[in-house]
Ligand binder design. Structure first.
Ligand SMILES: Nc1nc2c(ncn2[C@@H]2O[C@H](COP(=O)(O)OP(=O)(O)OP(=O)(O)O)[C@@H](O)[C@H]2O)c(=O)[nH]1
Ligand SMILES: [Mg+2]
Length: 432
C-alpha cells in the first residue's frame, strides 16, 4: 500500500510543469516551447525522503521497501504527481483551454505553482522578452478562485433556500456544495473557524462568499511555488520581483499574500535537473537529485565511479548548470519542492510491522524489515490507521503497540518518531 496523496502542478503554459514532472518522476511527458503542449493530464510517481527507522534500529541491511527505496537511512516514499494543462488569465471565463481541466485538480491535495522566472514567456505562455512575472501568482490564484466561486454562486439562492428549509448547519451545507472538490468536512470547519464568520448563510452577500472561497482555497489547496528556469540569463530579475512581493508573506506578523507564504517559494531549474538526471543515468556523471554538485570522469582520477567521457557540448552545458544553478542556489531545487509540498500537509510517515523485534512484515519474522511505509494525514489515530490498512484488521482489532512494548490507545494520534512504528494485535486475522 502506498500513499493516496496527490500533488498537482499548475501554472501558465510553458512555465515548465511537464519538465518539472519529468524532473522528479520517471514520466516522459511531452515538453515544448509553445503554449498548451499538455492537454490531457500527465502523471508520475515522485519520492518524498523521510528518515527511515531502519537506521536507528540497526536494520539497514534488511530494510526492503515494498515501494520506493531506502539508502543510508533515507527512505524514498512514493507520492503521486499530476501535471495538468496550462492556465491563462480569463481561464475561468473560457479563455485558453477554459476551465474544464481545472476539474483535473479535484483530486489534488496540494498544488505546485510552477512560475517562469526567466521573463521569456508572457502570461499566455507565448515567447517574449523582459516579461515581469510579478503578477503571475496573483492572477492564477484568482482564476482558481473564480472556478470555485462561480460554481457556488450559480446555485447560491437555491442552496440557501434548502439550507434554511432543512435547518442544516453552515458547515453541512457548504460541505455538500464543495464535496465535488474532494473536500472533507474538517476542511470546511477549519475554514469557518479561521475566518470567524458569524452571520448565517442566509445573510451572506457576494463579498462574504468570495471571502469564504478565499479561506477555503488556503485550506483545501495549500500551494508551493516552484520559481523555475533559474538557469536562464534574466532569471535574477524575475526572482527578485517575486521575492520583493512575497518573500515576507506569512512571516511573523505579516499577512499571507495570494495564498503563498514566502517560505513556500523554492527556486528550481526543472530542465537543469532533467539534464543532470539523464547524464547521471547514462553514467556520464555521478549525481543524485538534491546534490549540490556532480562528479565527472575528470573529477574521479581513481575511476571509482566508472564514468564515461563527456563531449565538449555536454561539458559546457553541465558547467553552465553548475555555475548558474548548483553553485548559486545549492541544488536544482526540485526535491525541495516535493519536500515542502508534503510537509505543508503535515503528513506523517507510518511503519506498520507484524513484529517489533525484527520489524518484519510477517509475525514469524521474515527476513525483510520495514517493508511498508504509509503516508497519512495529520491527526490520524491508531485505530483509524488500522482501518486504512485492512478491513479485517479493524474488525478483529484487539490493540496496538510500538517499540519497547508500549501499548497504544486506539485514539492516540500518530506522531512521527513517537508511535509511528505500529504493530497491531488482532484476533483471527488470517496470516498473510
Ligand atoms: N532554461 C530552462 N528552460 C526550461 C525549464 N523548465 C522548462 N523549460 C523549457 O520551457 C518550455 C516549456 O516547458 P514545458 O515543461 O513543456 O512547460 P509546461 O508548463 O508543461 O507547458 P504547457 O504544457 O504548454 O502548459 C520548454 O522549452 C522547456 O524546455 C528550466 O528550468 N530552464
Ligand atoms: Mg506541459
Amino acid at each position: 500500500m502506498s500513499s493516496s496523496f496527490v500533488i498537482a502542478c499548475v501554472g501558465k503554459p510553458s512555465a515548465g510543469k511537464s519538465s518539472f514532472l519529468n524532473a522528479v518522476t520517471d514520466a516522459t511527458a511531452k515538453v515544448g516551447n509553445f503554449p498548451f503542449t499538455t492537454i490531457e493530464p500527465n502523471q508520475g510517481i515522485a519520492y518524498y525522503p523521510v528518515d527511515c527507522p531502519c537506521k536507528k534500529y540497526n536494520k539497514s541491511d534488511r530494510c526492503k521497501p515494498r515501494h520506493g527505496w531506502c539508502k543510508d537511512g533515507k527512505r524514498f516514499v512514493p507520492i503521486k504527481l499530476l501535471d495538468v494543462a496550462g492556465l491563462v488569465p480569463g481561464a475561468s471565463e473560457g479563455k485558453g483551454l477554459g476551465n474544464q481541466f481545472l476539474d483535473d485538480l479535484r483530486h489534488a491535495d496540494v498544488l505546485i505553482h510552477v512560475v517562469d522566472a526567466s521573463g521569456t514567456t508572457d502570461s499566455n505562455g507565448k515567447e517574449t522578452k523582459g516579461y515581469d512575472p510579478i503578477d503571475d501568482i496573483q492572477w492564477l490564484r484568482s482564476e482558481v478562485h473564480s472556478w470555485i466561486f462561480n460554481n457556488l454562486h450559480k446555485k447560491w439562492a437555491g442552496t440557501v433556500r434548502r439550507h434554511l428549509a432543512v435547518k442544516a448547519t453552515a458547515v453541512e451545507t457548504l460541505h455538500a456544495q464543495l464535496a465535488g472538490y474532494g473536500t472533507s468536512k474538517d476542511i470546511v470547519q477549519r475554514t469557518m473557524d479561521k475566518l470567524k464568520i458569524k452571520e448565517g448563510l442566509g445573510q451572506w452577500d457576494d463579498k462574504q462568499l468570495e471571502n469564504f472561497v478565499s479561506g477555503f482555497l488556503d485550506e483545501r489547496f495549500p500551494t508551493i511555488v516552484a520559481l523555475n528556469k533559474i538557469d536562464m540569463p534574466d532569471a535574477d530579475k524575475g526572482i527578485a520581483s517575486i521575492l520583493r512581493r512575497y518573500g515576507n508573506s506569512g512571516a511573523r506578523g505579516q499577512p499571507i499574500k495570494d495564498g503563498v507564504r514566502g517560505d513556500n517559494i523554492v527556486l528550481t531549474s526543472a530542465l537543469g535537473e532533467c539534464f543532470l538526471r539523464k547524464m547521471g543515468q547514462q553514467k556520464y556523471i555521478k549525481y543524485e537529485t538534491g546534490d549540490d554538485d556532480f562528479i565527472t570522469k575528470e573529477d574521479d582520477p581513481e575511476d571509482e565511479y566508472k564514468l564515461k567521457s563527456l563531449d565538449e557540448k555536454a561539458k559546457r552545458r553541465l558547467e553552465n548548470i553548475r555555475d548558474l544553478v548548483l553553485f548559486r542556489y545549492g541544488s536544482s531545487g526540485v526535491q525541495d519542492v516535493i519536500i515542502r509540498a508534503v510537509e505543508v500537509l503535515g503528513i506523517v510517515p507510518v511503519f506498520p510491522v507484524k513484529n517489533l523485534s525484527n520489524f518484519g512484515a510477517s509475525a514469524d519474522g521474515a527476513s525483510a524489515a520495514f517493508q511498508d511505509c504509509v503516508l497519512v494525514r495529520p491527526g490520524m489515530t491508531v485505530r483509524e490507521f488500522a482501518g486504512k490498512l485492512h478491513n479485517q484488521l479493524i474488525q478483529n482489532y484487539l490493540g496496538a503497540e510500538t517499540v519497547g512494548n508500549i501499548q497504544l490507545g486506539e485514539d492516540d494520534v500518530i506522531v512521527a518518531g513517537k508511535n509511528n512504528i505500529i504493530k497491531y494485535d488482532t484476533s483471527g486475522l488470517p496470516a498473510e
